[in-house]
Structures are given as C-alpha cells and as structure tokens.
Design a protein around this ligand. Sequence first.
Ligand SMILES: NC(=O)c1ccc[n+]([C@@H]2O[C@H](COP(=O)([O-])OP(=O)(O)OC[C@H]3O[C@@H](n4cnc5c(N)ncnc54)[C@H](O)[C@@H]3O)[C@@H](O)[C@H]2O)c1
Length: 373
Amino acid sequence: MQRARVRYDEKNVPTIQVKTASAKYPVLVGGGILPTLHRRLPKRNRVFVLTSPEIWALWSRRFLASFPKGEQPSVLFLPAGEQYKRMAQVERLASELAYAGADRSSLLIAFGGGIIGDMGGFLAAIYMRGIDYIQIPSTLLAQVDSSVGGKTGANLAAGKNLIGSFHHPLAVYADIDLLHTLPQRELRAGLFESIKAGVIRDARLFRFMEQNTATILKRDSKALEYVIAASIRMKANVVGIDEKESGLRMILNFGHTVGHAIETTTHYRKLLHGEAIAWGMLAALQLGRSRGTISSAHAERVERTIFAYGPLPSFNTTAAKLFDAASHDKKNRASVRRFVLPDGIGNASVVENVTDTELITAIDWMLAKVRES
Ligand SMILES: NC(=O)c1ccc[n+]([C@@H]2O[C@H](COP(=O)([O-])OP(=O)(O)OC[C@H]3O[C@@H](n4cnc5c(N)ncnc54)[C@H](O)[C@@H]3O)[C@@H](O)[C@H]2O)c1
C-alpha cells in the first residue's frame, strides 16, 4: 500500500499529511496537544468552538489553558445525540455565529465526537459560503475516522447523512489524552473502525490489533497511538487518491451497507455507530466467504478479532426490514447494489453483482449470531 507521508513536528508529535485534489492539511496524533493549542492556531480575530455541554464540562479547563486572557474563544453548544444532527440545529448555530459577530475570517473549532465534527464541518462549509475550521476529535471513532477526509453533514428524517458537503479542515489535532474520559463502550466502538481499516487496506494494523487486544483495551498509550496513526494513514491515503468517493474511497464503507441498515431499523437507539458497523462487517465477511473472495481461515480471524473487542450488543429487527433498508443504501446507483467485500486481510473491493439471495442469506447468518450474543 502506498503510505501517506509521516513526519515529526517540532514538538515530536507524529503528523500525517492529508493531500487531496482540493486540500492539504496535517493530522497530529499524540498526547499533550490540547495544552499547546493556542500557538498552533492560525491568527484570527475571532475563534469559535462548537462542542457539547458534557465534553466542555470535562475538558474546558485544559482546552482554554493555552489561550491568553482577552483571546478566549466563544463557545457554541450542541447537545449529544444523533437526534441533534439536524438542519434545524445548523440553522440555530449559524444564527448564533451571526449574532456573535462571526465573519468570513473567523475560525471554528469542532471539539467533540463524530457528530460535533460532522456538524461543525457542515456549519463551517455553509456559514457565509464557507469559513475555516479545525477538528479536535474527542472520541476514538472521530480520531481514527470521521475527523479526516472532509465529509461533513447532517441527518434527514429520511436517512442518515443525507445532506452535507465536502469541506476539509485546516488541521486535525487528535489528542489521545482526551480518550481518558471516554467510556469503554465508546472506545470499543472506535476500535471496530480500526479493525475495518486493517481489513480493507493494512494487514499489519490488523495483525497488531489481533495480537495486542488486551493492551489496546487497557488503553496503553503507545499501542493506542499506533492504532490511531495507522488508521488515519490508511484513510489519508485513500482520500488522497479518491477525494469525492468516485471509486477507491468506497472501500471505507466495508460493513456500512448492513451496518447503516441496522442503525436505521433500530432508530439509532440500540447500537453505537461502530457497533453497527461491526455487525455489518460480520455480514459482509459471511457474504465474501460464501463467494470465496475471502478464505474461511481469514474470515474466522477477522470474526474472532471483532468479538475479542466486543461484546457486541444484540438488537431486535427482522431480515426483511434489514434487507429493505440495505436496498436503499446511498452507494447504490440506478438500482445497482454496491457492496464492499474483503479479498483476504488487507484488501477489499467494491462489487455490483450481489444478488438479493446472497444478501438475505448473509443477513440471516448475522441475525443468528445476534441471537447467540
Ligand atoms: N464524516 C465522516 O467521514 C464520518 C465517518 C464515520 C462516522 N461519522 C459520523 O460520526 C458520528 C458518530 O461519532 P461518535 O462515535 O464519535 O459519536 P458521538 O459524536 O455521538 O460521541 C459519542 C459520545 O461520546 C461523548 N464524548 C465525546 N468525547 C468524549 C470524551 N473525550 N470523554 C467522554 N465522553 C465523550 C459524546 O458526548 C457522546 O455522548 C455519526 O454521526 C457518524 O455518522 C462520520
């Protein structure tokens, strides 16, 4: 695999460069970034922070530590939860920016998990037709996945992330110290996305996760830093090649066809995003195994690793509902079903000929595992 460039900045924080057709920005990964935040920011008259009340209660002191008196940022809040990832909230936040005097040269910092990151990025994309923003992801899932790549957006009643825009941040600061307060279940949900990264494009990352489960789950900082940096390098490499998801970038959706269907049919209430993707990866693995794109031995290794980072919560839905929701997947074009299948460990491809029977059989197999769990 062609690797995104890694270099070390003046304070020895590993830095991965994202370079796409329309943007170039650094992703810093490591501990102790937050207390050095102010000197890393571009000089702007006004700085705004979008965060949630819970995250701000935990981290505002650290966040503000580097800001001199008189240069404190203004803070906007979005409550936690998918139900607030909506256009009405974008409009409210844009109005708050306007009343607070934000102009085109203002900087927005999205400080939180994937919801804050997606909403902050979308707000920055459309406020005065676009302002600069920085991502400070505070969940593992946001650090390894959602903060990188420029996809921003909000949900509609009709489905998840159905409105949005590509708008890259100026920089991403993934401070792993933020993970100290993250509940274990949220940590595991992020680790499932890193397993995905390994399976689709980085066999070394997958092996590392397979062999160091206990160390990673205990949050050993070196092990976490390796997993986070490798996951980001994989994503940076893919979006560098295919920024707008016209080809290769689709492989990042491994596990997402059935995963999103699970989220939709359980109304986003039962599972965390990463957990739904883990179940979706199991269904896709089964489909790959029955087609022979992945050997049983490789599929079983991936399954074992997913369950080693479990437990995966069970949920209640039917194969028919999942099949129906999966058939409305955003990746499908002109009723052609697009599906990401693993070709062994470290490789995946997008196929367009998955039949209804194959999909239903894989969903049934997965639901049997759900009942066992
Ligand atoms: N843009 C992309 O490319 C992309 C990729 C993957 C997922 N996503 C989106 O990301 C969202 C999921 O993100 P998520 O899993 O980070 O969930 P989230 O943003 O809902 O955060 C999960 C929970 O953790 C809390 N939290 C955040 N940081 C914390 C910390 N440091 N300590 C304690 N609690 C903390 C939050 O308040 C929230 O309750 C979904 O909306 C999904 O669609 C986007």
